[in-house]
Design a protein around this ligand. Sequence first.
Ligand code: ATR
Length: 286
Amino acid sequence: MRDSRETFVNHAFVTGYPIKHSRSPLIHGYWLKQFGIAGSYRAHEVTPAAFPDFMRQLREGSAGFCGGNVTIPHKEMAFELSDRPDELSEELGAANTLWLEDGKICATNTDGRGFVANLDERASGWDRISTAVILGAGGASRAVIQAVRDRGVKTIHVVNRTTARAQELADRFGDAVEAHPLAALSEVMTGAGLFVNTTSLGMDGEAAPEIDFSPLAAGAVVTDIVYVPLKTPLLRQAEEQGFRIVDGLGMLLHQAVPGFEKWFGRRPKVDETLRQIIIEDMDVHA
Ligand code: ATR
């Protein structure tokens, strides 16, 4: 899109339904300012019924966007309606980042990259493990399973209240992934070097069940993809039991990096100031 001075100004969006609580505009707004880029990134609410039309307008350029992020409940439809999904989004059946190339909508999913980048930053060496335990088998756990597998972790135990959902993921993600009922949690945790909570347990301060983390390997890392509150009840328990913990906020920040680079041409960094901006926003809207 051209502005009045005939220079290119890129405009990106985050779309979901609802979308008003998204923190992505704060993240991208921080980087746009940091680089002095005259672009924009804004929340754009689109209902599920209107989403196909939104994708058509994006492709035709009439929406005025060069790309953007897609969140709940549009991630699956964004993948299906994109023209050039990459291998990551293809395997997940869901996309969170879109951009235009030659009038085609390209799609990827950056959640897994955000997940591992957060661990790399805050628990360096976390990947020198052979076994991981992932609690939960919903949409959010898929990208985590994929990323942990692609990092080379040999055995990934997916534990879920509804075992059939865990089994679906084991079938989807191949031999490294095994499905288990909740009753097997303690057993499969034995000797594992990474524990990931991908369920909504303990979200927004709700009570979470007590988990005995002691079967994990000494020095194991426990992380939660929920970041409200920053220290979830599960993370608090794990810390009290002597394990290394990593909160989920970094995943949100790091998943935003590849999209920004696509739309605005600069690779941004996740720094402490950005982290604090989001934490302050969480406090304001607590
Ligand atoms: P998301 O896409 O955010 O992962 P989801 O698809 O609703 O959300 O998945 C939520 C996950 O939290 C699921 O693994 C769910 O277990 P089920 O598949 O059995 O529903 C899990 N979950 C939610 N509440 C739970 C609870 N009270 N006890 C155990 N697991 C729970």
